[in-house]
Design a protein around this ligand. Structure first.
Ligand code: G3P
Length: 222
């Protein structure tokens, strides 16, 4: 499973890209607002250069197909890595179909049911983003939707890749991998948490202490 960063914060993207584990980035209007990205087009372009070759999702805000297509073409022209994020609506799926015919990749967002996942694949989406955490918040089993979409895509050979989105904690990432998601898009804090284990920290400290003791002249404390 590939790991994407779910962020529009350039410092976060820069740092996470430096860890060597990142394959792409997803943004949305809320994340761009949180990052204070007024000139969002340069932010998207900069993210593309920070994560070379990785798909970088940028979302449209129009609600009609014509408006979505206009925005999508502008965003796609920013950089070849840009993938257009389109909401799961009838107008959105019409835009996904038209963009596929133009060779522009799409990521269908705000997916909360397996049926919606099926529609995204039928429209020819490159990626589909079921929102696990927001479903969990309602008392539903968000990961079950990921599992079912993955099974259906396998059964029928749909090439659409499943992005487990709205990830809230490290266990979500592991469960997304076990469910067969192609990608998990992860907030910076959770991506950082994935590295942590108390025994790793404790092990490093013990190795360093033993190494320092070996280097020190006998009987001399360092
Ligand atoms: O980028 C889409 C999704 O990951 C949003 O997550 O935390 O706002 O539910 P969240």
């Amino acid at each position: 499973m590939k790991l994407f960063l779910d962020s529009a914060d350039l410092d976060e993207v820069r740092e996470a890209a430096g860890w060597g584990v990142l394959s792409g980035v997803t943004t949305n209007p809320s994340l761009l607002a949180k990052a204070g990205a007024r000139d969002f087009q340069s932010v998207i372009r900069e993210i593309c250069t920070l994560v070379p070759g990785g798909p970088i999702s940028a979302e449209v805000v129009s609600e009609d197909t014509a408006g979505m297509l206009r925005e999508a073409r502008e965003l796609a022209a920013l950089h070849p890595q840009v993938v257009i994020k389109i909401p799961m609506t009838p107008a959105g799926m019409a835009a996904v179909r038209a963009l596929k015919d133009e060779g522009i990749r799409t990521n269908v967002t705000l997916v909360f049911s397996t049926a919606q996942g099926l529609l995204a694949a039928a429209a020819g989406a490159s990626f589909v983003s079921p929102f696990v955490g927001r479903l969990d918040d309602t008392g539903a089993d968000g990961m079950a939707v990921v599992r079912e979409i993955v099974s259906i895509y396998r059964l029928y050979g749909y090439p659409t890749e499943v992005i487990a989105a709205s990830i809230r904690h490290p266990r979500h990432v592991v469960e997304a991998a076990l469910a067969g998601a192609h990608i998990a898009t992860i907030p910076f804090k959770v991506l950082r948490q994935l590295f942590e284990h108390p025994l790793t920290r404790q092990g490093i400290e013990r190795f360093l202490a033993d190494w320092r003791a070996l280097q020190a002249p006998r009987g001399v404390e360092v």
